[in-house]
Design a protein around this ligand. Structure first.
Ligand code: NAP
Length: 330
């Protein structure tokens, strides 16, 4: 029996508000009864897709499913041996998979420039650029260029990589940039003092807070890039995967992992919306939205978390300056 749309919409929103139900494996178990159809078999045949953070966890799960849909998948991570191992695993799961592992540290802007130059030569048309790489360091750490590590990995590096690969994205019809944020971004609304201290130099550093702030910045990044890349027909979305059992969660949030392990999503389920946004034609008919479980979601829930446009602009200017790109509006 299929339920009428107003009923499924109300159920879906209620699941989102009861965070533990919506974010855990319960969310997709219920929502798959009404969410949009799976991408068609072979939907990505002949298309190139680049996944950062593809050596394990959600990135590896997404890369596997994208290869299954026929894409040539470029696997990016910091370590060539780990990427080669991930590629071998994908080839076992998906016979004839086209996977191209190549190391790059997205937090290192010099490495990003060199990697982008090689990619532009090899890949004239890029269907999707997926920014999935993520970190949650325990102590304040800096990238090769002296940028706080979560900011460099989640925001500055991805912005520069997007900018440099723009010609290849613009050359592909229906191309998209997808940014894997986190539901944790709801705990760091863009307000108060922290947006003026993007590098987290003030106060006691807490990795989980740095993570949440930069995951909020990824949502802003998607919105800004959506405007900036619109003329080239490139859509940009951010998303959150729910709570999924990955090595990253075990290492960075062991207590959370122990408490919720029985109801965490598996990596494939955590990667579902990422894969769907990459392959589904529906994703190209809007831009700048924040998704979860195949549906756009609000980026703030409380009225006092509405963002000040001047602050958004200041933050965007600061991030663009760190990436060394022209930060004029689109
Ligand atoms: N799992 C969850 O429940 C959950 C929830 C919300 C959001 N997310 C987001 O989903 C994404 C994936 O999470 P996950 O749980 O799969 O994490 P994970 O298991 O820790 O995997 C992270 C991946 O990022 C790569 N990486 C880290 N720093 C990098 C860098 N500087 N350059 C290139 N690659 C880098 C790692 O590869 P190497 O170490 O080999 O470089 C690894 O492949 C993250 O952005 C995370 O914030 C996850």
């Amino acid at each position: 029996m299929s339920l009428p749309r107003p009923v499924t919409d109300a159920l879906d929103t209620a699941l989102d508000k009861v965070v533990i139900a919506g974010y855990s494996s319960i969310g997709p178990a219920l929502r798959r009864r009404w969410w949009p159809a799976d991408p068609q078999a072979g939907a990505l045949e002949g298309r190139h897709v680049l996944v950062t953070g593809a050596s394990r966890g959600l990135g590896l799960a997404a890369a596997t499913d994208l290869a299954r849909l026929g894409a040539s998948v470029h696997l990016l991570g910091r370590d060539q041996a780990r990427l080669d191992e991930a590629a071998a695993g994908i080839r076992i799961s998906v016979p004839n998979a086209q996977v191209l592992p190549e190391a790059c540290d997205v937090s290192d802007l010099d490495d990003v420039r060199a990697y982008a130059a090689r990619t532009l030569e090899a890949v004239p048309r890029l269907h999707a650029l997926i920014h999935n790489a993520g970190v949650m360091p325990e102590t304040r750490t800096e990238s090769a260029q002296g940028i706080e590590l979560t900011l460099a990995t989640h925001v500055v590096g991805p912005l520069l990589l997007t900018e440099l690969l723009r010609p290849a994205l613009a050359a592909a019809e229906g191309s998209r940039v997808l940014i894997m944020s986190s539901g944790g971004m709801y705990s760091a609304p863009l307000g108060g003092a922290w947006p003026r201290d993007l590098q987290y130099r003030e106060g006691t550093y807490r990795g989980i807070r740095a993570y949440a702030r930069t995951k909020r910045l990824q949502v802003l990044l998607a919105e800004q890039l959506a405007t900036r890349l619109d003329d080239d027909g490139i859509v940009v979305h951010s998303l959150h995967p729910g709570w999924a059992a990955t090595e990253g969660v075990v290492e960075s949030m062991p207590a959370f992992n122990r408490a919720l392990r029985p109801i965490l999503r598996d990596a494939q389920s955590g990667a579902d919306t990422l894969v769907w946004l990459t392959a589904a034609p529906e994703a190209a008919s809007s831009t700048g939205l924040f998704w979860s479980d195949r549906k756009p979601r609000p980026t703030t829930y409380l009225p006092w978390t509405t963002e000040d446009p001047r602050l958004r602009r200041q933050v965007w200017d600061a991030v663009a300056a760190l990436a060394g790109i022209d930060h004029a509006p689109a």
